[in-house]
Design a protein around this ligand. Structure first.
Ligand SMILES: [Zn+2]
Length: 359
């Protein structure tokens, strides 16, 4: 499937990189961001001459889009790259944009029939509230989830080790649990919030919490937040993380960010092998700039027997919709719903999460 919106945004980022540190570079970047916000395929807009009417889209963007659509490539951008002598830098940047999906592509893919379905998605297992670096209260998050037709959610504020993200102290975690218990009583029968935490995977693969602290939560998401720009192999770190008792979900496994960094480099087949054996779910983090793991790696994990969690990693209500991006990647990877914890009934989910201590 062609993702013209992403191709155009990528071409604009190339133009921005070529333009260096200038007003024009800033303009191209702004146009790229405008293109990425559009939630439908731009092809009919360009061919009907209405594309330019969209805010942030100028004549150069329109011209690049036209060339991309008609020729499948853009000679204008290719020439600019050649003349700048920055071919290597541009090739490096292309590598930082692989296997991302534009909003338009996500909408198209999610609308397709088959597994996993948007309608049957029960709830999201990685999100943040005002207890760490999120913007919303627990009760307003519950209501935003109910509006989306979900029946559960897992609250996973950052653990205290990640001070940069306002990590939650254990005292605050205990307060949060009391609030969740009260909300679950209020919303009983309609909605259930689970007590999770996003713990941090240290450089040595250990988790930044004590075992007795981890046991206070219903499930643990462990994610890498450091050493994400290193060119060294970090297989041992990630194998150690999924080997750790109590870890239920490996959150945004690579730690990659669109157009910025590749994240952890590892022999993922070894990580997936251990994760499959211990039934640690591999997360597809749907946060737009992450999309981690993406569909090709997810397909590999599926083949190796892994199970999955499809999460939004939301820090605000609007970002809960990132769950759809995770669903789109799972659809491309061909993951059946039976292999995705977000589709499991509550009892099965809780038994599996508690089992992370015994497997
Ligand atoms: Zn994280």
């Amino acid at each position: 499937m062609r993702d013209v919106n992403l191709e155009l945004a990528s071409a604009l980022y190339d133009m921005s990189a070529v333009a260096g540190d200038s007003q024009r570079a800033w303009g191209y970047k702004r146009a790229a961001k405008a293109v990425l916000r559009i939630d439908r395929d731009i092809t009919p807009l360009v061919t009907s001459n209405t594309f330019k009417a969209i805010a942030g889209i100028g004549p150069t963007t329109d011209r690049i889009a036209r060339e991309l659509i008609l020729d499948g490539r853009c000679a204008f951008v290719e020439r600019a790259v050649r003349e700048s002598g920055k071919e290597q830098e541009i090739a490096r940047l292309h590598n930082l944009r692989r296997q991302y999906l534009s909003r338009a592509a996500v909408k198209q893919i999610v609308a397709r029939k088959g597994s996993p379905s948007r309608a049957k998605y029960r709830g999201d297992f990685q999100m943040h509230s005002i207890y760490s670096d999120g913007a919303e209260t627990l009760e307003s998050i519950i209501n935003a989830c109910i509006e989306r037709g979900w029946s559960c959610a897992g609250m996973t504020d950052h653990s205290y080790g990640l001070t940069i993200a306002g990590g939650m102290s254990m005292e605050r975690a205990i307060e949060q649990h009391a609030e969740i218990d009260a909300l679950n009583r209020t919303y009983g029968g309609r909605f259930r919030m689970f007590k999770g935490i996003e713990a941090n995977i240290r450089a040595d693969g250990g988790i930044d919490m004590e075992q007795h602290e981890m046991r206070r939560f219903e499930y643990i998401v462990a994610s890498p937040h450091s050493a994400l720009r290193k060119s060294i192999d970090q297989t041992e770190r990630m194998v150690a993380a999924v080997s750790q008792r109590g870890v239920a979900i490996l959150g945004h496994p690579q730690g990659r960010v669109f157009n910025m960094r590749l994240g952890v480099l590892a022999d993922w087949s070894r990580v997936f092998e251990v994760a499959a054996k211990r039934q640690v779910a591999i997360e597809i983090d749907g946060s737009w700039s992450r999309q981690d793991v993406p569909y090709e790696l997810a397909a590999q994990a599926l083949e190796q027997g892994c199970i999955f969690a499809l999460d939004s990693d939301a820090h605000s209500h609007a970002e809960l919709d990132f769950a759809e991006i995770a669903i789109a990647h799972a659809k491309l990877a061909g993951i059946p719903q039976a292999k995705i914890v977000n589709y499991w009934p509550e009892k099965k989910f809780l038994e599996w999460a508690a089992g992370a201590w015994d497997r």
